[in-house]
Design a protein around this ligand. Structure first.
Ligand SMILES: [Zn+2]
Length: 102
């Protein structure tokens, strides 16, 4: 038998956190160019209905702890998230319209 795990096989619990991409599940490394994205309620003026504004920010560890922030491993996953979000928003817009959907 070979010792595959060093130490006692217990991962050291330090403050080093791991983050996983919310789209593909990839684990964040130290030098990746990741993105954070989230949406916030926003109303452009008093009489406009409140919708969601989609925000994107380059990876920032402090911000990554925010429970509402999505973690994206790169542009491809970021674009997937944007696509999903657009579809949800379009769905919300058209939910009362005549289109019965798929
Ligand atoms: Zn990803």
């Amino acid at each position: 038998m070979r010792k595959a795990q060093s130490q006692d096989g217990v991962a050291p619990v330090t403050w080093t956190e791991t983050f996983n991409c919310d789209i593909c599940g990839k684990q964040k490394g130290t030098v990746d160019h990741w993105w954070l994205a989230w949406s916030e309620p926003y109303s452009p003026h008093a009489e406009a209905p409140e919708r969601h504004m989609f925000k994107i920010y380059p990876w920032e560890n402090m911000l990554a702890h925010d429970s509402t922030a999505k973690h994206l491993c790169g542009q491809a996953c970021l674009q997937k998230l944007v696509d999903r979000w657009l579809n949800v928003e379009l769905g919300a817009t058209h939910s009362a319209a005549a289109h019965p959907g798929k």
